[in-house]
Design a binder for this molecule. Structure first.
Ligand SMILES: Cc1ncc(COP(=O)(O)OP(=O)(O)O)c(N)n1
Ligand SMILES: Cc1ncsc1CCOP(=O)(O)O
Ligand SMILES: [Mg+2]
Length: 559
């Protein structure tokens, strides 16, 4: 087997960057930690006499987003929003300016388009030299500019392309006319790793069809996906009469309804640019696509909430404070979202012994699980000394918060209180759930372990939010734990008014059978060893996430 094939099979996350060609027939492979979208480059690698250099290299690679967009003089959107977003997410951002707009909170007073050849010159300057990881596009006002971008990306491929198909500003001013739609469809979208249209933009891309419901958004996401981008996020912020903001994410196989609170504020100018550049920043850091989108939604929601009362300008839509994340009071603030039972889909439960065995910190383990798709995290640190546990819990909470993933503490209500975790998980012999509830208050998440109908009923009476039911299969992770099997799991689900997550001995070989039981309130699987006793947590999480979400979706609901 060729070297390149070995690398790809074993590492699963190799990204090839022909920019770094060292001379005829030589290429460098960078281990960057996210799925390569440019599979063509792997093919090129096969075809070349490869001297592959696996490099977690001596020089530190900086995650780098290039924003190709318009300047907003009011600095709420465009290039300025992208710079601030990347700064807030700890990612370097370079810029290629496609247009200079005179705008403020009232509207767009003027647009000066940068000549194509000068856009091309800027692209060459940055792409030929600066090791760009991800390109994010915003305002692309002319066909010629899209063409030069297309040519530049062919000449200097990058690891991901995020396309925000900006057409109309929040104030209703046209920033790119219908003439660019054809070239978007024919050239840019087939190259894109994700495209993020709002309802108006999705409608324009699809020839003006009306999009009024979540079901219309799903159809639109599917039709846009057929134009070639690997992922589509149709943003439903303008959908009428919804209390939650619902976006539809489609990766060509699965649809995800991503909900977030609708923040009541006038300061929402630039949310589209910010969301797309945050997705780009997360991808540049090595995240998978869905976790990157979730993290970006959470970031925008947090920034809007933080800025909801600021006052800049006299117009209808003001800018918000992108850098709120850098302020400690926001970083440490309580979670914004309510408990969403769908977060139980892939529940990652840590284990200190496993992390020591593999030489990982709890934080690194948690980060990898989230980047692979874990939707909720529990720190189950039976052997970690209290002061270390608290310190690690605070670090993990930062990682979880920045990805919009809830973090719970196993058993230790004191640690949960001390670090302001999102909740606790307690068992039948731990602190009773109603006591935990009275200590933690109504906003925190409380999970309870249940093996029987009676347990399930009591958990509900005690004010728990969800049930963890198991061990479904036998496990070495928890000593002397009786197994209840799939039948016991079904009994608990049928008796429970609360959402349920299955736990115990679950991994890639049997998660499908668990998810297949088809009971409406079974929301996911909780796993310890299937993630944390594996060499690559991120890829195991990704496989489990895909398996569980696909199986849940196709299994008939009988309850
Ligand atoms: C999601 C989830 N479900 C069940 C458990 C088990 O909790 P408990 O019964 O308290 O056992 P320990 O984990 O404390 O050994 C869990 N941790 N998470
Ligand atoms: C904490 C817990 N509660 C019931 S089984 C179990 C252990 C699950 O670990 P694993 O996923 O490795 O079987
Ligand atoms: Mg316990």
């Amino acid at each position: 087997m060729e070297m390149s094939a070995v690398l790809y099979q074993e590492l699963n996350f190799v990204c090839i960057n022909p920019r770094q060609q060292q001379g005829p027939g030589q290429m460098q492979a960078l281990v960057l930690g996210f799925q390569p979208s440019r599979v063509l480059n792997l093919k090129a690698m096969h075809d070349t006499n490869v001297s592959a250099v696996i490099s977690e290299s001596s020089k530190q690679r900086v995650p780098h987003v290039l924003s190709v967009a318009g300047s907003d003089s009011g600095a709420g959107a465009g290039i300025q929003a992208d710079l601030k977003t990347c700064a807030a997410r700890g990612v370097y951002c370079s810029t290629v300016v496609t247009a200079v707009t005179a705008q403020n909170t009232v509207g767009v007073q003027g647009v000066n388009i940068v000549p194509e050849r000068f856009v091309s010159e800027q692209l060459k300057s940055v792409l030929s030299d600066m090791h760009v990881t991800v390109v994010k596009t915003g305002m692309l006002p002319t066909v010629g500019i899209v063409e030069v971008l297309y040519d530049s990306l062919k000449q200097f491929p990058v690891q991901a392309l995020v396309v925000d198909p900006v057409m109309v500003s929040t104030s209703g001013d046209v920033l790119a006319g219908p003439s660019i739609l054809d070239i978007f469809r024919e050239q840019l979208l087939p190259m894109a790793d994700i495209v993020t249209p709002n309802l108006k933009e999705a409608s324009a891309l699809l020839g003006g069809i009306k999009l009024q419901t979540v079901s219309d958004m799903r159809s639109a996401a599917k039709s846009i996906h057929e134009m070639g981008p690997r992922n589509v996020l149709v943003k439903g912020g303008d959908l009428p009469a919804a209390s939650d903001a619902v976006d539809i994410f489609f990766d060509g196989l699965e649809f995800f309804e991503l909900r977030s609170l609708r923040i009541q504020t006038q300061n929402s100018h630039g949310t589209g640019c910010t969301l797309a550049s945050c997705i780009a920043a997360e991808l540049a850091k090595g995240s998978q696509m869905l976790p990157a989108v979730r993290a970006a939604k959470h970031y925008v929601e947090t920034a809007l909430d933080y800025s909801k009362d600021i006052h800049i300008g006299n117009g209808l839509q003001g800018p918000f404070d992108h850098l709120c994340k850098l302020k400690t009071n926001v970083q440490n603030s309580s979670r914004l979202q309510r408990f969403d039972p769908d977060d139980l889909l892939l529940y990652a439960v840590t284990d200190s012994k496993m992390n020591s065995k593999w030489g990982r910190s709890i934080t690194d383990a948690v980060k990898a699980a989230i980047e692979g798709g874990a939707t909720i995290v529990q720190l189950r640190e039976k052997d970690t000394e209290t002061s270390n546990f608290l310190e690690e819990a605070r670090k993990c909470l930062e990682v979880c918060r920045s990805h919009g993933v809830p973090m719970l503490i196993n058993d230790r209500v004191d640690i949960a209180l001390a670090c302001d975790a999102d909740g606790v998980h307690v068992g039948q012999s731990d602190m009773p759930a109603h006591v935990a509830r009275s200590l933690l208050g109504p906003k925190k998440i409380i999970g309870v372990s249940c093996k029987t109908r009676e347990h399930a009923h009591q958990a509900w009476v005690d004010g728990a939010d969800y049930i963890g039911s198991g061990g479904v299969y036998s496990t070495n992770t928890k000593a002397n734990n009786s197994t209840i099997g799939l039948d016991g799991l079904k009994t608990v689900c049928l008796a429970s008014k609360l959402p349920v997550v299955a736990i115990g001995g679950i991994g890639l070989s049997n998660a499908g059978s668990v998810a297949e039981i088809g009971l409406e309130n079974l929301k996911g699987v909780a796993v310890v060893s299937a993630l944390f006793d594996r060499e690559c947590i991120r890829s195991e999480a990704r496989k489990l996430h895909t398996l569980v979400s696909q199986t849940m979706k196709t299994s008939a609901v009988t309850c």
